[in-house]
Design a protein around this ligand. Structure first.
Ligand code: HPA
Length: 237
């Protein structure tokens, strides 16, 4: 695929080797405005804002992924295959499946289980569990430790459905597949990393609990996700 790609209006050198991907393009703008220096906007197609800048003098990009596996599947594939991006770290929110995970807790995903057909349809894997890149997981853990930010490491559920008819299904998914929390993108990101021989990882913050039904407001989320962002920003090359 040549650049610009169908969904990213930039030339090949526009992105850093490391890209952070929040779901919300406004969060990408928030990170660029508040954490990066020397910022250049590198995408605005469909409002999916992307920026390249520096963090402590090291190059890094941040771009929204949108919600769900089809959306992150499109953006991450174009970044990996056409923009020389080496590693993508998803930074997102999740719903907790266990009483042990409270609002605002940080999770570093080892791997993602999914009932999605994404990896099979794409032709990369028949597996229903896909791993994050172990080297990225180890790096994220060491940054979290250095920053003295508590985290849990574990398996997450990548779901295609946010509004389920039977929310108590989560207990079966947790008990049968070992998933600690639910989000909607990591499995497709990990599949694309495999397909393109690149690296991917996922750091999440708990925004709601399927166990206690507590939830955060949109305004609270914007601020409270700073811990996750700080860990991920250390991945700047
Ligand atoms: N389900 C799916 N994705 C999510 C959730 C949820 O409850 N919370 C945050 N992302």
């Amino acid at each position: 695929m040549t650049t610009p790609t169908p969904h990213i209006d930039s030339q090949a050198g526009a992105f850093a080797a490391t890209v952070l991907m929040p779901g919300d393009p406004q969060r990408a703008k928030f990170i660029a405005d508040n954490f990066l220096q020397d910022v250049v906007q590198v995408n605005s197609v469909r409002g999916m804002l992307g920026y390249t800048g520096t963090y402590n003098g090291r190059a890094i990009s941040v771009m929204g992924s949108g919600m769900g596996m089809p959306s992150i599947g499109i953006y991450s594939y174009e970044l990996f295959s056409s923009y020389n991006v080496e590693r993508i770290i998803r930074i997102g929110s999740c719903g907790s499946y266990t009483a042990d995970l409270n609002l605002y807790d940080v999770i570093i995903a080892d791997d993602a289980w999914s009932e999605s057909t994404f990896a099979r349809t794409q032709g990369v894997s028949e597996a229903d569990i896909l791993e994050a890149s172990p080297a990225l997981v180890a790096a994220l853990e060491s940054h979290a430790k250095a920053l003295q930010i508590d985290y849990t490491k574990g398996r997450i559920h990548s779901s295609d459905v946010f509004y389920r008819q039977n929310f108590d299904d989560y207990q079966t998914i947790r008990d049968q597949h070992g998933c600690q929390a639910v989000e909607m993108e990591a499995f497709a990101l990990f599949a694309n990393a495999q397909a393109t021989n690149k690296q991917a990882a996922c750091v999440l913050t708990v925004s709601d609990s399927l166990v206690t039904h507590e939830a955060t407001t949109a305004a609270e989320r914007e601020q409270a996700f700073t811990n996750m962002m700080k860990i991920a920003l250390e991945m700047a090359a």
